[in-house]
Design a protein around this ligand. Sequence first.
Ligand SMILES: Nc1nc2c(c(=O)[nH]1)N[C@H]1C(S)=C(S)[C@@H](COP(=O)(O)OP(=O)(O)OC[C@H]3O[C@@H](n4cnc5c(=O)[nH]c(N)nc54)[C@H](O)[C@@H]3O)O[C@H]1N2
Ligand SMILES: Nc1nc2c(c(=O)[nH]1)N[C@H]1C(S)=C(S)[C@@H](COP(=O)(O)OP(=O)(O)OC[C@H]3O[C@@H](n4cnc5c(=O)[nH]c(N)nc54)[C@H](O)[C@@H]3O)O[C@H]1N2
Ligand code: SF4
Ligand SMILES: [Mo]
Length: 885
Amino acid sequence: MEKEVKTTCPYCGVGCGVIAKVAKDGKVSVKGDPDHPSNFGRLCSKGSALGETVDLDGRIFHPEISGERAEWGQALDLVAQRFSDAVAEHGPDSVAFYVSGQLLTEDYYVANKLMKGFIGSANIDTNSRLCMSSSVAGHRRAFGSDTVPGTYEDIELADLVILTGSNLAWCHPVIYQRLAAAKAARPGMKVIVIDPRRTMTADIADLHLAIRPDSDVALFISLFEHLITSNAIDRNYIAEHTNGFDEAFAAASGVSFNEVLELTGLPAMQLREFYRLFAGTEKVVTCYSQGVNQSSSGTDKVNAIINCHLATGRIGRPGMGPFSLTGQPNAMGGREVGGLANMLAAHMAIESAADRDRVQRFWSAPTIAEKPGLKAVDMFKAVADGRIKALWIMATNPVVSLPDAGAVEAAIKACPFVVVSDILKDTDTARHADVLLPSLGWGEKNGTVTNSERRISRQRSFLDAPGDARADWWQLAEVARRMGFSDAFDFGSNAEIFDEHAALSAFENNGNRDFDIGAYAGIDRQSYEELSPFQWPQPAGREAPVTRFFAKGGFYHADTKARFVAVKPVASDRTNTDYPFTLNTGRIRDQWHTMTRTGKSARLSSHIAEPFAELHPRDAIEIGVGNAGLVEIESPHGKAVVRALITQRQTRRSIFVPMHWNDQFAAMARIDAVVAPLTDAISGQPASKNVAVTARRFKAARYGFAVSGAKPRHLAAAYWALAKAEGGWRVELAFAQPVEDWCAWCRTTFDIPNDVEPLGYADQQSGDLRLAFFDGKRLLAALFLACEPVAVARNWAISQLTAEHTNLRRRFALVAGRPGADKPDPGATVCSCFGVGANQIVAAVRGGCHSVEAVGKELNAGTNCGSCRAEIRGIVDGCLAAAAE
Ligand SMILES: Nc1nc2c(c(=O)[nH]1)N[C@H]1C(S)=C(S)[C@@H](COP(=O)(O)OP(=O)(O)OC[C@H]3O[C@@H](n4cnc5c(=O)[nH]c(N)nc54)[C@H](O)[C@@H]3O)O[C@H]1N2
Ligand SMILES: Nc1nc2c(c(=O)[nH]1)N[C@H]1C(S)=C(S)[C@@H](COP(=O)(O)OP(=O)(O)OC[C@H]3O[C@@H](n4cnc5c(=O)[nH]c(N)nc54)[C@H](O)[C@@H]3O)O[C@H]1N2
Ligand code: SF4
Ligand SMILES: [Mo]
């Protein structure tokens, strides 16, 4: 039976509404929900490809104990027993949960309740520590609460939008689309991008400030000082609603203009232009993300930004305010339930005895955590040194995503008891689980998530549970019952959990806490099923909804005033000449984190199919690596080997490597193995964007590229990077030494039956070798080898997997590695929605399409989700510039 369900995208914090359709044959397709107030029907490339990622390949269907299939009862008994034993023997702080901003609010609520109120420890932390904790800490210092004051609409209403440490075009693409549309409609609107790298987001910028890594504090305190000295501040707002102005001003005045130039590395003219635009524009929104949060000065960066908005009174009014863009779909929901080790439920403070008492009474809990628990990086240090005896990891992949990932992996291996709840059987983390529990994934699970603008939306199921998979909240509640807490965890559905969460938010609140959704306390199952997206706060009995905070003060410090925080810049320490490069890590457009879902889509994998290091041309020359060569990046913690991508977008001595690749997709590209476990002293957030490393050329005796219908196994090569492709898989390869028998290597790797003869071509002199294996008309696998990076047209080679090889000529053409004139190589995919490659776009420009719109008309490229429009513009501009030379 066909069905259509309204749900929410499980990827980024934009929180787009999605309509999922299941066809009669079970095929899932998605489109944007035109009625959802966050995206109004828009989706990005990842959201559009959701239907391709819900297959059951690689899923775990049954609980496993030590790798053996088990019944739920057995597995849950064992988990409860081992956690209870550890608590009995070593105390509550000997156990820990490491959870995720990708859990639903209901899952998160139960996890937090169990740990803080019933086990009695605050050792529950989450991957949001790596993501939002500097923003949370900055908000709490300034506002007395973790409040995002504005809404997405403010970004459209602003006359100046500052994007700092945010690659909005790739990471929050639908907000980017909304911004781009607003700017197109109102060309007077200005955009400033602050990022050491020239990203695709900078494409929309009127001003790009390529600041030195971690010089944001210097930049914003100098702006603060300028606003004051040029009298561009709102003295009334400061007097009525804030404290600490003088101290902050004094700290800012201690830094001279010349020092700011030195620290930021910016030309004076650019700095002055930045000051002028900010001072002269009333409607300013400053959006920030990981370039701000993931830093050893992350919390100070947040406060340096907020100081400027408080000083000008530009907060909580339409088109104005600081705006922390949350990363994960439910980073905000996790903060609401108090999922961080230093928070309590419903935005209450663990440091407050009154709050602790309130939560304990509400839960009728036997105990309540008395002090903050271990923050993620410290939690895994405690796992490593044996303080944690039992650990439950849920919906996150720390062996890939935590800094010093090699040490994290070793800690997990050495931990006496590790439970992992995931949807996949093989992840870098799941493979070390003592107990592996199968969870429901997107499309199967049910609950709520909160996006960056405090909007709570439903995720609804439209697919059956695969095998024995069960919801994360159910797993937690079952363990809680087995630990002896039956009454408090007697939840029959997620609606009941949401009801309790809403009731707690309103419990003895009286307007003292920002997070209040009391209007939904007592919600019945039917209304929960039908729940439309809404923004908090929604206290019981209030008529007009409040969508913004703080225009008229009303902060959550005891005196209701905001605090200016006196922050000082820190100079980046690059004195160790053994590690002269700055490694910056982050995201690419079409992959999500550790690729467990987006890695399943051939379309998404064709945008960038390999891990890479973006580096400056002069640095490339210095280390002797050419384009498409391989680079080895090393720190005292570990190594990675990735492809060189030489580009002017990068500044000297800086290297950008994506965070996504891991041991399932590459030989040695887990970049967090290289990242040092340095954190912000206040928030505990790792500094993943500024890591001291060396870079050198990785010497290979042979380079290779292969396509294969079957998934390659036992990839015996010094370098490999695997990606899903239409009709099979693609692999990039490099070998330290030539292999003696390439044919045998292919048979093992690509699972070629012995009776299939290879078709081959070898040039002894150049070292070129091509091997192809056919089963009748079908290509099973082909390998292309050379002493230099292999130049074969990738997309053409991939298309051979689904082509019919009816005659010998076609088969030889493949071995020759040459696309026929009838089938030119489309080039690397730019538009993943319509599968349009770079070469096709170049051809269209040469044929007279001189704008992104014209290319769209000709090829459809960029006309669906629009995520690739910046790249298309780059190609169009590049071709036109080349033609003009
Ligand atoms: N495609 C895609 N989208 C995603 C995700 C994904 O995995 N893939 N993940 C989601 C999640 S959880 C998150 S947290 C967000 C992250 O979203 P973003 O924060 O936008 O993404 P990042 O690539 O991590 O980093 C942003 C930028 O910070 C810059 N930066 C580095 N150092 C500095 C600095 O010192 N100062 C400044 N001002 N900038 C600096 C980097 O060069 C980078 O371009 O994305 C969300 N959206
Ligand atoms: N170097 C570097 N490191 C980083 C970052 C960076 O910029 N640079 N960014 C950091 C940030 S901001 C983030 S948010 C983290 C993200 O890092 P992770 O959270 O580790 O990444 P994911 O791949 O999203 O992991 C989610 C896991 O949960 C599983 N899963 C999916 N759905 C469900 C479900 O419904 N239930 C359960 N139980 N499991 C499920 C997936 O298969 C996957 O294994 O990475 C951080 N690490
Ligand atoms: S912007 Fe893309 S990834 Fe983010 S929620 Fe919307 S569709 Fe999903
Ligand atoms: Mo994140």
